[in-house]
Design a protein around this ligand. Structure first.
Ligand SMILES: [Zn+2]
Length: 195
């Protein structure tokens, strides 16, 4: 009984901590992503935040699936039909589910945010604001916002799936695994993405 009460206490404490974290995150959120005119588009697993239609087109072009593994899908995506948004939504969700499958982590999550930065400068500015140190990364994931940040000019399906893995692993259980472990698993995803 004592043990049960202790568990309930821990769960309540966890919920309160998350609520507090949520409030702090909402307050600092706008400050991090800046004043740029972000628009957003929802997919089943993510919310894609972007600055322009042109960036969405670039994002769609940069996420590619090899025809050998994804024959039917690639056939559809290679069609000339002018449906960038629909293609992108499908691609992002297929990629997300592929990462979940590789990791064997299928639990329901809050939608992962994907911020599509226009260039390296915008990506680095967000990193600098949050971490208070210079950014040397091509993309990154901030657990506190459950948000992925990518540069549309330097992106491929490997980079995006790696950051998706960080989001899936970090939110799989109530206890967040240590960062080095999530990095090993995220790299495992890269190795097995299309195998
Ligand atoms: Zn990583």
């Amino acid at each position: 009984m004592l043990y049960l009460n202790r568990s309930i206490e821990i769960i309540i404490l966890h919920i309160l901590m998350n609520l507090l974290l949520g409030i702090v995150c909402v307050l600092s959120y706008g400050r991090i992503v800046g004043e740029t005119n972000w628009q957003n588009m929802k997919t089943r697993h993510t919310v894609i935040h972007y600055n322009s239609m042109n960036d969405l087109k670039k994002l769609n072009k940069n996420i590619r699936f090899p025809s050998t593994t994804w024959n039917a899908i690639t056939k559809y995506f290679n069609s000339d039909a002018d449906m960038v948004e629909e293609k992108l939504v499908s691609k992002v969700d297929i990629l997300f589910e592929r990462v979940q499958e590789i990791l064997g982590m299928h639990n329901k999550l809050d939608k992962t945010k994907i911020f599509v930065c226009q260039n390296k400068a915008q990506l680095r500015e967000i990193y600098q604001k949050f971490y208070k140190k210079p950014c040397r990364l091509r993309a990154f994931y901030i657990y506190e916002f459950n948000a992925i940040y990518i540069n549309v000019q330097d992106l491929n399906e490997g980079i995006l799936s790696h950051e998706m893995a960080h989001s899936i692993i970090s939110n799989f259980s109530m206890t967040r695994p240590p960062v080095p472990s999530t990095e090993i698993l995220a790299q495992y995803v890269n190795k097995h993405l299309f195998r």
